[in-house]
Design a binder for this molecule. Structure first.
Ligand SMILES: Cc1cc2nc3c(=O)[nH]c(=O)nc-3n(C[C@H](O)[C@H](O)[C@H](O)COP(=O)(O)O)c2cc1C
Ligand SMILES: CCCCC(=O)C(=O)O
Length: 359
């Protein structure tokens, strides 16, 4: 395979992306993208968990017109699939986050821009044409975070996604053995230059040192006080925390961070039901291990409003820049529409627990 559009599925795009990355980047970059924490039990669990649910298709339904369109915080998406925040897209492709955002915009999707971006948020905003959210890692230095949030709002972000599962970076053993090497000229405009005394830290240790380990529910008020953007909490895995998110007026993103944080954490399909039940009128999104349209179908049947792609988008980006990400989104869209039709479903509001059989 030479070109991303030759790939028939996301697995083939991953192989092409990995090959391109192995040719162009330091081997630690592939480790960084692929890896999980500890024994990688949760990482493996994410890949297997969706398949635990089998589908109960209904027959003799007119499926001539299948509508996959979804709405998240009032924005219409062509498919209920967005792009999860991931750090440093410039490692995968020279255009970095701008290529990802342009693909999302063109597909009628949605890009979540990581704090650890390699392009400025104004550049990404221009490429995203309004189809973007900003992911925040809250820094110890609140004034730096305040400035980022206010710039994101001014540049047209539609929501603020606060990542709550990474007060410390998980134990990613591949990177302990072979630390992540970044090209010396890789821009990290939201990180700024290294502060004196941190020269001996690896990049991951340095990012870790910037994050606020004292972040609690009480700080949400501060955040809500500096922006009018809706708040989404990314990394919720229990009904208890979903109820707290709801009390604090936040929306809920179910995630175990792609198995990169707490090894042994539950997987999203295992907990979506309890989270959705506790979420009330709050929107619920999900990520982790989504590689097929059927996974999207299952997530929506379990009550999520949309799914987000972490590594899958990165592999698409590495495989072919904007065209690679576009192909990733197109494949999932086509698979979802076909699976819906074969299940006798013509719109997303018809997807519910009656579609699922637990193995
Ligand atoms: C290389 C990489 C970098 C990531 N960087 C971030 C980040 O900067 N902020 C964040 O909230 N999540 C980050 N994540 C987690 C993703 O947003 C997402 O939760 C996870 O990748 C979903 O699992 P999946 O890769 O199986 O789709 C990162 C994930 C990967 C693989
Ligand atoms: C400080 C965390 C680094 C970015 C990240 O979220 C990841 O690599 O998963």
């Amino acid at each position: 395979m030479e070109h991303p559009t030759d790939c028939l599925n996301l697995r083939e795009l991953e192989l092409l992306g990995r090959q391109r990355l192995a040719d162009s980047a330091h081997p630690s970059v592939v480790d960084y993208y692929l890896g999980g924490a500890g024994d990688e039990r949760t990482l493996r669990g994410n890949r297997e968990a969706w398949a635990e649910w089998r589908l109960r298709p209904r027959m003799l339904v007119d499926i001539t017109e299948v509508d996959t369109s979804a709405s998240v915080l009032g924005l219409t998406l062509s498919s209920p699939v967005g792009i999860a925040p991931s750090a440093m897209h410039g490692l995968a492709h020279p255009e970095g986050e701008c290529a990802t955002a342009a693909a999302a915009a063109e597909a009628g999707s949605l890009m979540t821009l990581s704090t650890l971006s390699t392009r400025t948020l104004e550049d990404v905003a221009a490429a995203a044409q309004g189809r973007w959210w900003f992911q925040l890692y809250l820094y110890r230095d609140r004034e730096v975070s305040r400035a980022l949030v206010q710039r994101a709002e001014a540049a047209g972000a539609r929501a603020l996604v606060l990542t709550v599962d990474a007060p410390l970076v998980g134990r990613r053993e591949a990177l302990l053995r072979r630390p992540l090497q970044l090209p010396p000229d890789l821009p990290l405009p939201n990180v700024g230059p290294r502060t004196p005394g941190t020269e001996s830290l690896t990049h991951m240790q340095y990012f870790d040192s910037l994050l606020d380990t004292a972040l609690t529910w009480r700080d949400l008020e501060w955040l809500q006080g500096i922006t009018r953007l809706p708040l989404v909490l990314k990394g919720i895995l229990t009904a208890e925390d979903a109820a707290l998110a709801r009390e604090h007026g936040a929306h809920i993103w179910v995630s175990n961070h792609g198995g990169r944080q707490l090894d042994g954490a539950v997987t999203a399909p295992e907990v979506l039901g309890e989270v959705v039940a506790a979420a009330g009128d709050r929107e619920v999104y999900v990520d982790g291990g989504v590689t097929r349209g059927g996974d999207v179908l299952r997530a929506l049947a379990l009550g999520a409003r949309a799914v987000f792609l972490g590594r899958a988008a990165l592999w698409g980006l590495a495989a072919g820049g904007q065209a690679g990400v576009a192909h990733t989104l197109k494949l999932l869209h086509e698979e979802l529409a076909l699976d819906m039709a074969l299940c006798g479903k013509t719109a997303l509001d018809q997807l519910g627990p009656d579609l699922l059989h637990r193995r």
